[in-house]
Design a protein around this ligand. Structure first.
Ligand SMILES: Nc1ncnc2c1ncn2[C@@H]1O[C@H](COP(=O)(O)OP(=O)(O)OP(=O)(O)O)[C@@H](O)[C@H]1O
Ligand SMILES: [Mg+2]
Length: 476
């Protein structure tokens, strides 16, 4: 028999416990505790799938309970009841690692929806689907591929693939050109949903038309509504709705979208006929949406709904190992056989790529144009206006550096390790490019022992095959 989803509920009020018991018992394996101490003791005997707790409790409060448990196991999800109507308090609760918070008085439906979200979230992480090794996608008849050797990106794509099996909303976060749309299409294809993939860029449509574009309208419901219109939500029925640049969605539409996410039904503008829909919502942003939600410019309740499963696509400068495979991929799409010289490759690898993969593709297109005579790409022609913007990395550090000293120390040591690796990688890869992937030659040129060089390669996880290959034989 399938094991039931197990929940600990910590609530000191007897009446509240009774209400929760009546509603939750039929659905989940629930255990009730009057205080955090008892729950903690039980927790060590048997870990539940979820803990639902009130904040104000006699003795240890709900937040401390969460902190103590998170110190042992970060993964146990929490839903916290906050009773003080303070948005700061709620935000703080999420910061400390709660999956969701609900304001008192508790609405049972909201609680059940929240628990269901935790349930699909847990299911995604537990599902044992085998990670794919290639990420092929069919985009309007064209066969495309997400090219990456970067472990962090692969991990994200594997998570995306698992998440596609569930209907939990997915938020894709990444700078411009990192492949967010490609990833959304990949999730749609992996999900096996038969309906269409429908895209809407929230920044590309004037605010006053966005509502109609999303929810559809009846003819004559406003000036300019010349005929009935389905709307993107209606059009994506049975499929996936991809909302790009979600941070640009105006506040009033945010609450309408939130309603659709809670109960998948809505009224098109000017219609009194409710429409029920079945769709998977994927959103994307290149902003720090969590920050924007903290300042109140984006509804934090919507943020927590759409960010149930966040997929973060790293910028290209943080996965330099993808540059050469991407170069090969884009060049391989051409009918002509182009060759990129080692010098040109080095320049491609040392660039910071503020426009990420899209910029790389454009730069290559342009560079190939200039290689028309001999098909050898000697020169790399960068976008002149973006060449200098390398500060990006610093902004990330300012954004992400924690305020607590203990956390900062950990952050700093990880960052330093990454920097060290980056420098070593530059050293090794430059040699590999110059010597066509020949390890003995690299060792000789650098004055290193062959074994020592090989160990460095191994430690950095560099795949030397991408430096070999027939095409790379051209010399400058
Ligand atoms: N890993 C990848 N492998 C192959 N092609 C990629 C990869 N990542 C991105 N691309 C290509 O780069 C271009 C930009 O990707 P995409 O449009 O998905 O980025 P985006 O993150 O949605 O950008 P924006 O924020 O500007 O909308 C597309 O042509 C896409 O096919
Ligand atoms: Mg996009």
């Amino acid at each position: 028999m399938e094991q039931r989803f197990s929940v600990f509920v910590v609530e000191d009020e007897r009446k509240m416990r009774d209400i929760l018991r009546i509603n939750l018992d039929p659905r989940y394996e629930v255990k009730f505790y009057e205080n955090a101490e008892e729950a903690l003791e039980e927790y060590y005997k048997k870990t539940p799938d979820l803990i639902v707790t009130d904040v104000r409790l006699p003795g240890i409060d709900g937040i401390e309970l969460m902190e103590r448990i998170k110190a042992v196991d970060k993964k146990t999800p929490f839903i916290v009841f906050t009773g003080y109507g303070s948005i700061n308090h709620a935000v703080e609760t999420i910061r400390k690692g709660a999956f969701d918070y609900l304001e008192k008085p508790i609405k049972i439906e909201s609680l059940i929806q929240s628990i269901e979200r935790v349930r699909s979230y847990v299911a995604v992480f537990r599902s044992t689907a085998k990670p794919p090794t290639q990420y092929g996608i069919n985009v309007d008849g064209e066969q495309m591929e997400i090219v990456t050797r970067d472990p962090a990106t692969r991990q994200m794509l594997n998570l995306a693939q698992k998440a596609s099996m569930f209907d939990s909303p997915i938020l894709i976060i990444g700078e411009t050109g990192t492949g967010k749309e490609l990833c959304a299409r990949y999730i749609h294809e992996s999900s096996g949903r038969r309906g269409p993939f429908v895209e809407l860029n929230c920044a590309s449509i004037p605010r006053n038309l966005l509502e109609g574009e999303l929810f559809g309208y009846k003819k004559g419901s406003f000036t300019g509504a010349l005929s009935d219109y389905e709307g993107k939500i209606g059009l994506s029925h049975g499929g996936t709705l991809f909302l790009d640049e979600i941070a640009e969605l105006p506040l009033e539409l945010q609450s309408k979208l939130l309603n659709v996410l809670e109960i998948p039904e809505y009224y098109p503008i000017g219609s009194n006929k409710k429409r029920k829909i079945n769709l998977h919502i994927i959103t994307a942003t290149n902003k720090n949406l969590r920050k924007i939600a903290d300042t109140g410019e984006f509804r934090s309740d919507l943020y927590y709904r759409i960010a149930v499963i966040p997929i973060k696509l790293p910028p290209l400068r943080e996965r330099k190992c993808d540059v050469l495979p991407l170069v090969d991929y884009f060049i391989g799409k051409k009918d002509k056989k182009y060759v990129v010289t080692p010098d040109a490759k080095l320049r491609l690898m040392s660039y910071s790529w503020p426009g990420n993969v899209r910029e790389l593709r454009n730069v290559l297109e342009r560079s190939m144009l200039f290689a028309e005579t001999d098909n050898i790409v000697h020169d790399v022609i960068f976008d002149t206006d973006s060449y200098s913007s390398f500060e990006n990395g610093m902004y990330t550090a300012v954004d992400e550096a924690p305020e607590r000293w203990e956390d900062f120390k950990r952050f700093k040591s990880t960052a330093l390790k990454a920097r060290k690796e980056e420098l070593e990688r530059i050293f090794v890869e430059r040699l590999l490019v110059k010597n066509g992937g020949n390890i003995s030659a690299c060792a000789r040129v650098s004055g290193m022992d062959r074994r020592q060089f090989q160990e460095l390669i191994k430690a950095l996880g560099i795949d030397t095959t991408i430096f070999r290959g027939g095409r790379e034989q051209a010399n400058t």
